[in-house]
Design a binder for this molecule. Structure first.
Ligand code: PLP
Length: 411
């Protein structure tokens, strides 16, 4: 039967304690037991419906985790206080001292810094490769490689990972494929394409209101149980627990994610096509010129478009800075990092979210100082938005002028 992640979320019906349509927020760090024996039993093994301490599990967090597991077609999920907590605990669950990770070189700057700077202190080393080059991936793997790591659509250059191929390569060598799906919730379902673990920064599209930082891990029952094990689980022992009030808010926002993603994609594709028609260099997987356009078309779930993020290369820092300042002044959106917000956000990754990546590495991957990442908002009238953006471009004398003929944008 056809898999639709939004229908999976819709099929998740959680009842509150009093029949409330939003599950009750559990406002407790600890839980009482009616007998000492029961408490001992719960400490020994998990019992459905029994909770012992909110760093381990909280009913509100559980409701959100169950909905996310359905969305990602996983058996189980755990929610966390940030996307970085989801990534770091997952990798610590899979790797011990002496183990190796093969990672895409185009990953979020914080992930790059975790792998390049922090993990080596604990004996976990990473080789960064171009994951589009299957031979390079294979060559980088050794008998100590435990993880192949990528973003389904990468930050900020929007390279699309060939998840089925990477999953096959990882499995052949006894490694696990971990995919960060932050840029493409609903659009891509990595577990269905062969990945072993999916992580998200829910700070972004999943929550969608830029009012909190949160993350999640989705995988098998066994993986999530080990992540949460009271004696050895990185999530339980490092303690990046999500606050239940935040979990309740994210669960409510999750139910509108399909509407938002379709509109973010529609608006981003509109802007990408207009910028390209104006003669500018644009990275957007929905454009036929994007190197992985065909691959994304093959991998994606229908109905949600190619995502809400695009990258515009205006060539140099001075122009990028002036353009961003003009766009903020003209209320196109905010000069701000992060993404997935209902308003448009833009920033220069080489000097912000990817500044952790050494400049030679950034040059190699094609991320110059003139690159601007846009997280395109839910604007109702994109003709109006384009006319404002075009005005800013004209003022700066870039983009040769839009001649008025773009491809029709799919709704
Ligand atoms: N993964 C990606 C692709 C990101 O863009 C980010 C943050 O920008 C993260 C992970 C980290 O998430 P958080 O800020 O929620 O820790």
């Amino acid at each position: 039967m056809k898999f639709d992640p939004a229908t999976e979320i819709q099929n998740f019906l959680a009842f509150g304690e009093f029949g409330d349509v939003n599950p009750s927020i559990c406002d407790s760090s600890t839980y009482t037991f009616m007998s000492v024996e029961k408490m001992e039993e719960v400490f020994e093994h998990e019992i459905e419906g029994c909770f012992l301490y909110s760093r381990h599990w909280n009913p509100t967090n559980r409701a959100l985790a169950n909905a996310l597991a359905r969305m990602e077609a996983g058996e189980s999920a755990q929610v966390m206080a940030s996307g970085m907590a989801a990534i770091s605990t997952t990798l610590l669950q899979l790797c011990s001292s002496g183990d190796e990770i093969v990672s895409s070189r185009t990953v979020y700057g914080g992930t790059y810094a975790l792998l390049a700077n922090l993990f080596p202190r604990f004996g976990i080393t990473t080789r960064f490769v171009d994951l589009g080059d299957e031979q390079a991936v294979k060559a980088a793997m050794t008998s100590r490689t435990r993880v192949v790591y990528c973003e389904s659509v990468s930050n900020p250059l929007l390279e699309v990972a060939d998840i089925p191929t990477l999953a096959h390569v990882a499995r052949e060598r006894g490694a696990q494929l971990v995919v960060d799906n932050t840029f493409s919730p609903l659009l891509i379902s990595p577990l269905r394409l062969g990945a072993d673990v999916v992580v998200h920064s829910m700070t972004k599209f999943i929550n969608g209101t830029s009012d909190c930082v949160a993350g999640c891990v989705v995988s098998s029952n066994d993986f999530i149980a080990r992540l949460n094990d009271i004696n050895s689980g990185p999530s339980m022992l490092l303690g990046p627990v999500l606050d239940s009030i935040r979990a309740a808010g994210i669960l409510k926002n999750l139910h509108g994610l399909h509407v938002r993603m379709a509109r973010h994609s529609q608006n981003a594709e509109f802007l990408a096509r207009r910028l390209q028609a104006a003669g500018l260099t644009v990275h957007y997987p929905g454009l036929e010129s994007h190197p992985q356009h065909q691959l994304m078309t093959r991998l994606m779930n229908p109905g949600y478009g190619f995502g809400g993020i695009l990258a515009l290369d205006v060539g140099n820092k001075a122009i990028a800075d002036r353009l961003m300042m003009r766009m903020q002044a003209e209320k196109v959106g905010y000069l701000a990092v992060s993404l997935g917000y209902f308003r448009t956000l833009f920033s220069a990754p080489s000097r912000s979210t990817s500044s952790e990546i050494p400049s030679e590495e950034r040059q190699r991957m094609g991320m110059g100082d003139g690159l601007i990442r846009f997280s395109v908002g839910l604007d109702n009238d994109m003709e109006r938005t384009w006319s404002t953006v075009n005005g800013c471009l004209q003022e700066l004398g870039i983009g040769g002028g839009y001649a008025g003929h773009t491809h029709a944008v799919a709704s």
